[in-house]
Design a protein around this ligand. Structure first.
Ligand code: SAM
Length: 254
């Protein structure tokens, strides 16, 4: 049986190997002691995006710090489908929701972009990064997506890595249905969602001519930007790649 506390998964930015002792800070201590009510001796799971998932025993749990000792590896690090989500930032809690869902749906990078009609001109990158990490911890991913700083669409397109195909969600353009456009070739990809006011037609014309982007349609209804992001991410994950290996790879610790 997997102990209840092993359902607690923490992302840490440190190498992981059996027998290592790691000191975590106050926020982790608060989460483990006060929120999850774990105690010394309990087991949790750790991942860092590189070394797989490891069991770890809480060795000392103080108010401002936690010492944990790494046990055995529970899962090796899988190769994940590589898809970025780019989106024009939206207001209020919906941007938090969007980032959380993007992390659950396997985005490897989350990139807010400023388009001509974007109304929101500031993004709290650190807060969004924290949401992305929390979502990754809860959905059993072994990586956490990086949230990038807000950049203009022009800058992003100007520095685009050409081997990464960009699917641009474009309503009302008679674009090809996304399900037909997706290339199931295992290559890295990215999805771009426009602002609430939609893309400026000139932006779409330019993207269509780059050679690395396709304009794609998500069906007959006009979706909110956050809904469009989730629909496009789910479609890409379902059609572009084989299912993630390793979901049954948990080692069970009694
Ligand atoms: N103001 C626009 C309009 O009424 O035509 C709608 C913009 S929509 C709320 C926000 C973004 O979601 C769009 O820029 C697009 O990227 C994406 N989107 C929404 N519905 C879509 C659809 N049916 N097909 C493709 N993209 C869609």
């Amino acid at each position: 049986m997997v102990p209840r506390s092993l359902a607690t998964r923490l992302f840490v930015d440190t190498p992981l190997a059996s027998g290592m002792e790691i000191a975590l800070g106050e926020s982790h201590s608060h989460q483990l002691r006060n929120v999850l009510r774990l105690a010394e001796g309990d087991l949790i799971a750790l991942f860092n995006g590189r070394d797989g998932e490891w069991s770890a025993r809480l060795a000392a749990l103080a108010k401002r710090s936690v010492t944990i000792i790494i046990g055995e590896r529970l899962r090796p690090q899988p190769t994940e489908p590589d898809v970025w989500l780019l989106f024009a930032p939206i207001k209020g809690p919906r941007i938090d929701w969007l980032v959380e869902k993007a992390a659950e749906l396997g985005a490897t990078e989350i990139r807010p972009v400023l388009t001509r009609r974007t109304v929101v001109s500031r993004v709290n990158r650190e807060r969004l990064q924290a949401h992305a990490v929390e979502a990754a911890e809860q959905c059993e991913r072994l990586t956490a997506p990086a949230v990038r700083n807000l950049e203009s669409l022009e800058t992003v397109v100007g520095a685009w890595p050409k081997e990464r195909h960009l699917y641009v969600a474009a309503e009302r353009r008679g674009a090809v249905p996304m399900a037909e456009a997706i290339r199931a070739d295992g290559a890295p990809a990215a999805i771009l969602i426009g602002p609430e006011g939609g893309f400026d037609p000139a932006e779409l014309d330019h993207l269509a001519q780059t050679g690395f982007a396709s304009l794609v349609d998500l069906g007959p209804r006009i979706l909110r930007a956050d809904t469009a992001a989730v629909a496009a991410m789910a479609l890409w994950q379902a059609l572009a790649q084989p299912p993630l290996a390793g979901r049954s790879g948990h080692a069970h610790i009694a």
